[in-house]
Design a protein around this ligand. Structure first.
Ligand SMILES: [Zn+2]
Length: 209
């Protein structure tokens, strides 16, 4: 998933947590970091440093969710920040469900083949755009524009729906509900359009015994 989709899911998860009865509300920013950071660290480790065979590794697993949450909570003396990181990282794994090494490093994985060099493609995109050239093949291989568009709709809907965080009564309830349904529909479309085989695998795994 691209950053807009990750941000939308993490925003939703933190809002859902904060809506629980009898919990102290948690800050959003650690979950926002957890939406973006794993794709930077893990892609750099894979594509530039060649430490790992596939670009979801060090921060794409449950250990990183729990350990990161504990470290952040201790460093900042804020339980809420730790919980937000943990929820955000789990949200990131949900967004990337097609393949995530959930129990790495405790369990070995067969890593998928990746034909793109994503980190190099991103850098090439910046170079191409800054130089005013059309995107080269390396740069273009990284961006799936229709999917990014749908993820932006997802993020926009989620942002609109979750406005009560920011301003309490300005936006009518029904428009927020509509926006949320829109965002969830966009997410559903993403899964059906681009992640259906992986989705079916999960359904089979949990239903057919
Ligand atoms: Zn990721």
């Amino acid at each position: 998933m691209y950053p807009p989709g990750h941000l939308a899911i993490n925003g939703l998860f933190v809002a859902a947590y904060n809506a629980l009865p009898n919990v102290r509300s948690i800050p959003l920013w650690p979950a926002v970091v957890a939406a973006i950071l794993p794709d930077i660290t893990d892609k750099v480790a894979t594509d530039f440093l060649h430490w790992m065979p596939y670009g979801r590794n060090y921060l794409h697993n449950l250990t990183a969710a729990v350990a990161g949450g504990i470290i952040l909570a201790l460093l900042l003396r804020s339980r809420g920040a730790g919980i937000s990181w943990c929820i955000g990282l789990i949200g990131h794994l949900v967004g990337d469900f097609v393949f995530v090494p959930l129990f790495w490093p405790w369990v070995g994985y067969e890593w998928p083949d990746e034909y793109r060099n994503i980190a190099a493609g991103v850098v090439q995109t910046v170079t191409d755009v800054a130089g005013g050239h059309p995107l080269s093949e390396l740069a273009a291989s990284v961006w799936h524009f229709r999917r990014i568009g749908v993820e932006c709709i997802m993020l926009g809907g989620m942002f609109h729906a979750l406005q009560p965080w920011v301003m309490k009564h300005r936006i009518p309830f029904w428009t927020r509900v509509t926006a949320m349904l829109f965002a969830l529909a966009a997410w559903g479309y993403i899964v059906v359009e681009w992640e259906y085989p992986a989705f079916l695998n999960y359904v089979q795994f949990y239903t057919i015994k």
